[in-house]
Design a binder for this molecule. Sequence first.
Ligand code: DON
Length: 564
Amino acid sequence: MNSIKSFFTLVLAILFTIVASSLNAQTYSKNGMVVSSNNSSSEVGAAILKKGGNAIDAAIATAFSLAVTHPSAGNIGGGGFIVFMNSEGKTTTIDFREKAPLAATNAMFLNKEGQLINGINHETAKAIGVPGTVAGLYLAHQKYGSLPWKDLIQPAVNQAKNGFAFNWSLFKAATHFTEEGNTNAFMDGYFRNEKGLIVQPGETWIQTELAETLTLIRDNGRDGFYKGKTAKKIAAFMKKNDGIITKKDLAKYEAIERKPIKGTYKGYDIYSMPPPSSGGVALIEMMNLMELADLKTMEFNSAEHLHVVAEAMRRAFADRAEHLGDPDFNLNMPLNKLISKEFAQQRFQEIDMNKASQSDSTQFGRLYDSENTTHLSTMDKDGNAVSMTYTLEYSYGSRLGSKELGFIFNNEMGDFNPQAGVTKSNGQIGTAPNLVEPEKRMLSSMTPTIVGKNGKPYLVIGSPGGRTIINTVFQTVLNVLEFEMPVDKAIEALKIHHQWLPDYIVYEKHLLSPDTRKVLEAKGHTLRERNNMGALMGITYDAEKKIFTGASDSAQPDSGAVGY
Ligand code: DON
């Protein structure tokens, strides 16, 4: 009997060793887990856990590393959110969303006739919001970190200074940004080696100037970014390029700790990001609606199931457009109402199971965002959990930066409603809560989420994807909690997206059979196919067996879950 037991122990030990780090597959571990968009950055985070760091330390180290290895979205020039739940279930969030500069105005993107100037809020230095990432990670460390700050930045400094193997995603971006028509002075030089040639796949990519900027942050904390040499160079860049961020904007930037948005679903507790993200509110509203839908009687991905999911999305996105913005500027947002079970009852009554509702184009709606943001999830041996999403907005943000700083600035000002009162069916939104104001944070869709079971972290999840973030996180949470899928299956399952306006369901290729499509069309839905949505990075934790399961989305081939 004993020998059988030791045989199984040996098999388990081998299993943990073999799968403790893997690309795009389910990974198990006993002492902690890091999942991110770049496997070598996940390894950086896991090494911090091994050193005795906690989930916050691992998230900080992974995030700085992603600023080197995954610069399309990993950043120090952007912003984002952390949801943190400790092993006892105590939960908080850190808001490090970018802010509008002091000189920003409500009409800054309009011409003399009051019309939106094409591209100005996405493709110029005026699109850059005051970056929040360094302040956010610094605040997280001060409040909840355990290892010295320097130890968390050093791996990123090493990756930038000594280089790492250039991957195919970077190479694809490099060829894109050096093609005629897609380039600017900064992006043209960004992916070139010291000989002036585009770095090739497998070649070591060294980012000397980024290493220098990261070293200043390593040695001076947040002041290494918001004051001194870095701030001076940022302000000089803005002046030269018609941007409006000043040294004063940088010095004034503060990350903020905020109370999470909390909801429940059939006995689970769901914690997510409050405004200035719309993610948490919309997620809880949709989960409440799903509690009222009799999902167990519906075949998974049947027309009936997808119809009720799409109708929930339509309503949550309409409410998002109408009510949400920066809470420091919108003191009376009806958050408690929107996430209440009573409101869900009322909203649920409006859903006709036989017929799609019509989104009213005279009221709300908004265009898709581009799709480059990045999510990371970490858990440590004690069961503390971090769910963090951060972004530059577009892939490679504003595509603007200075060679001497070595990093790219966000174009997050494009997340504000650009033109007061103008809401189009295509659909730009013009509602008041998210209009530009000095020092205001622009509304986000990022939805870093932690689900608690019996008062402890159970599922840690999030995704990039612009507005689709809310819906891919929603369906993944539903897949785990309602359909009892393991986290990798829940992530990989094909998904739909509806965002009120434009009024159609977007579905991932191969999701709909011809029959299902027909039934949905007969109910009045318009359908649009799309290759992929989101890139989810998730962890589940079995608190009884003390086993972590990590999984990263195969949509991101360089991503990885690393445990130990
Ligand atoms: O904060 C937001 O909602 C957007 N700026 C996120 C952009 C995004 O997710 C793009 N890509 N995946």
